[in-house]
Design a protein around this ligand. Structure first.
Ligand SMILES: [Zn+2]
Length: 470
């Protein structure tokens, strides 16, 4: 009983060790589905019935399809998710030598379950700025890089040296998290064999990072170590994402939060706009926006807290009319599904959920509520989203955090308050959120994809049937 959507998600996850790679994978899929790339640095000439996307910082991507019946001021129907996940990123000076080992200096990104990063076989991925010389003139290229071999590891301390560790494993993020890359003895031998490495006088990169690490990166992108000008790299798990469980009903993987929702929304957009007729009767715009930096609060030039959503909405609207009255009208007719993974009930920690709000695996998308606006959902936005599920016999469930516990948040309230757009917060249920290895259920991937696809296909008609502010 193979679930093709879940199989496709596993492929997406395995292609996306970092936010940069997730955007690259999304870009490739959009291009092969006929979406044209725009640059935010250019003036846009958009046409009804056409499909487009743009990236910002290569870590945020926004894709949209314009209905054939679209006119300026009509609604834009968005699913928003995020491309980043908690991880361990390399420090600007990562060269650490201690106790006869070469280590890599790292800083934690986001709120990870850091103990899960110990004793994993780790690789490295991210982006590199490379110097290129052609016909005597210098230029720089932006390249993604991925070393897939297990080149490093964060070893735990033996229990014999810390007898109380099982009472509570405490991680000092400065001193305990540095991965071991090699021993100094072997690195010295390697250096001699490689002819002392090449010292980059221009950027002094060799002073900042172990030459061994630079050699590995250079070999991967086929350049000289001296031509590596700068990079943003992170440690990654080498274990591939898989479908697992005794009944093959789960997905075991890193970064399900939130590449699972990124994938489901992207696939729903692509599939709901794939045929010639799909946009014929559409009067609105179908959009997916996948943002970087959700895990650290979304405040960056490309995060959900930036003007990127408003920029997209206004540039689209003004491509069809220069009348400035049209943007506020469009915003009030628009609707955002903020899609971010949710907490399934954990069988070993049942008291963390209250009895009326216990999201279950295979139970469909979870609509998240919070009276204090940690989630942006209200009765109107949740009704509209639930109604789509009802029409297609798709399950949905509700979540509110226990009143004696703190509540998480998402990009939902950030975009809702920043743009003034109606918003519902939803997500597929999962366990082990923010671990290096998480799990969710294959049926929920299918439910989410189908729910999102139906949202794109039917929202403009459904929305016309309910008016609140009259
Ligand atoms: Zn998330």
């Amino acid at each position: 009983m193979e679930n093709p959507v879940a199989v496709d998600l596993v492929e997406f996850l395995n292609a996306s060790p970092t936010a940069f790679h997730a955007v690259d994978e999304a870009k490739n899929r959009l291009k092969s589905a006929g979406y044209g790339q725009l640059s935010e640095r250019d003036d846009w000439k958009l046409e009804a019935g056409k499909k487009y996307f743009f990236t910002r910082n290569h870590s945020t991507i926004v894709a949209f399809a314009i209905g054939k019946k679209y006119i300026a001021g009509n609604g834009i129907y968005i699913i928003g998710a995020h491309t980043d996940s908690p991880c361990i990123k390399l420090k600007p000076v990562s060269k650490v030598s201690k106790g006869g080992y070469l280590e890599v200096g790292v800083q934690p990104y986001g709120g990870g379950l850091w103990h899960t990063w110990f004793d994993r076989d780790l690789a490295i991925a991210g982006r590199v700025i490379v110097r290129e010389t052609k016909d005597g003139s210098e230029s720089y290229s932006h390249r993604l890089i991925r070393i897939e071999e297990p080149i490093m590891r964060i070893p735990t301390l033996a229990i014999h040296l810390d007898r109380d560790v099982n009472e509570g494993f405490k991680v000092n993020k400065q001193t305990h998290l540095a991965p071991v890359l090699a021993t100094s003895v072997k690195a010295e031998l390697n250096k001699t064999a490689a002819g002392n490495g090449s010292v980059d006088e221009k950027t002094n990169t060799n002073q900042k990072h172990h030459p061994l690490l630079l050699q590995l990166i250079a070999a991967q992108i086929l350049c000289e170590p001296a031509d590596i000008c700068d990079f943003e790299l992170q440690a990654c798990d080498t274990q591939k994402s898989v479908i697992g469980g005794a009944l093959k009903e789960f997905i075991f993987s890193g970064r399900l939060d939130n590449l699972c929702m990124s994938f489901c929304s992207l696939k729903a957009l692509i599939d709901s706009t794939s045929s010639e007729e799909s946009l014929k009767e559409e009067s609105g715009i179908r959009m997916v926006a996948l943002f970087d930096h959700e895990e650290v609060g979304s405040d960056s030039a490309q995060g959900a807290g930036s003007p990127v959503t408003l920029d997209a909405l206004s540039r689209i609207t003004y491509s069809f009319s220069s009348d400035t009255k049209m943007l506020p009208i469009a915003i009030q007719r628009s609707y955002l599904v903020s899609a971010d993974m949710a907490h399934a009930l954990h069988p070993n920690y049942m008291d963390k959920h209250e009895e009326n709000h216990q999201p279950k695996m295979h139970g469909g998308l979870v609509i998240k509520h919070n009276a204090n606006q940690r989630y942006a959902t209200n009765a109107v936005t949740s009704f509209l989203f639930r109604e789509i599920a009802a029409k297609h016999n798709l399950p949905v469930q509700d979540f509110v955090v226990r009143s004696d516990m703190l509540c998480g948040s998402t990009i939902g309230p950030i975009i809702a308050s920043g743009v003034g757009i109606r918003t519902v917060d939803v997500g597929a249920p999962q366990l082990s959120m923010h671990s290096i290895r998480e799990m969710c259920a294959v049926d929920d991937v299918k439910h989410s994809y189908e729910h999102f696809k139906a949202f794109f296909q039917e929202f403009s008609n459904l929305d016309a049937k309910l008016t609140v502010d009259i």
